[in-house]
Write a new protein. Structure first.
Length: 236
């Protein structure tokens, strides 16, 4: 007999094995959860952190009146809050989203997570790039005005070992290369990381700072912000 499902008992809706391990979509009451390799990644219970990630990047850019709409790369489709919020803002230009898990893309296009992202996916500014974020940042020649990265629980708590390269010196240099001069990097984390702030400075970023996002329990979530110096302006 199938056990009854309560708001406290998660129901597994889909489970996939892929090249990067297992990814699971669960429902707990009215909330959807994504689990990657047994590690809780994110759910649809709130979304404040994801929205702040996008807004903080735009505010840090502070584009002057009349300037072209800035482009943004969102690293990780997740439950879709960052994409949906970026698309809801008409002041973004190109909105590219890198997602390596085919299952997560499918859950948004034809599955339950379409309730979050359907309008954003239909927006002509939106482009979904089915690839690994670290590889894309390393190999692509594309440049953006903002990078909003949310693929782990933070630089000190990655979903898998492969992701650690994103927060290494080489990974941060790749982020720097993918930004236009004056562009902004925003990285979500489940906890502050002073060491990561120093790593950003060492990689050549300027204006490094951390925005806190209050949560119901425990230490605040944070968004690490850093700017690529404008041409001819040294980091500092």
């Amino acid at each position: 007999m199938k056990a009854s499902v309560t708001p406290e008992t998660p129901e597994t809706l889909d489970r996939r094995e892929g090249p990067f391990g297992e990814v699971v979509l669960r429902r707990r009451g009215t909330t959807y959860e994504i689990i990657a390799n047994g590690c809780f990644l994110m759910d649809t219970s709130d979304g404040r952190s994801e929205r702040l990630l996008v807004d903080a990047a735009y505010l840090a850019l502070d584009p002057p009146p009349g300037a072209p709409a800035p482009s943004v790369l969102i690293g990780g489709l997740g439950v879709g809050f960052s994409l949906a919020h970026a698309a809801a803002r008409k002041d973004w230009g190109r909105i590219a989203v890198v997602e390596r898990e085919a299952a997560i893309i499918e859950w948004h296009r034809t599955g339950p997570l379409a309730t979050v992202s359907a309008a954003a996916l239909a927006d002509p500014r939106t482009e979904i790039l089915h690839t690994d974020l670290v590889a894309y940042l390393t190999d692509s020649a594309d440049r953006y005005d903002a990078l909003c990265l949310d693929i782990d629980n933070g630089p000190d708590w990655t979903v898998d070992e492969d992701n650690r390269g994103l927060y290494s010196s080489a990974g941060l240099t790749s982020c720097l290369d993918r930004l236009h001069p004056g562009g902004v990097l925003a990285v979500w984390s489940a906890q502050p990381s002073p060491a990561f702030e120093q790593d950003l400075r060492d990689a050549g970023f300027a204006s490094v700072r951390t925005r806190e996002v209050p949560v119901a329990r425990g230490v605040p979530d944070v968004v690490h912000l850093a700017r690529k110096p404008a041409d001819g302006v040294p980091a500092g």
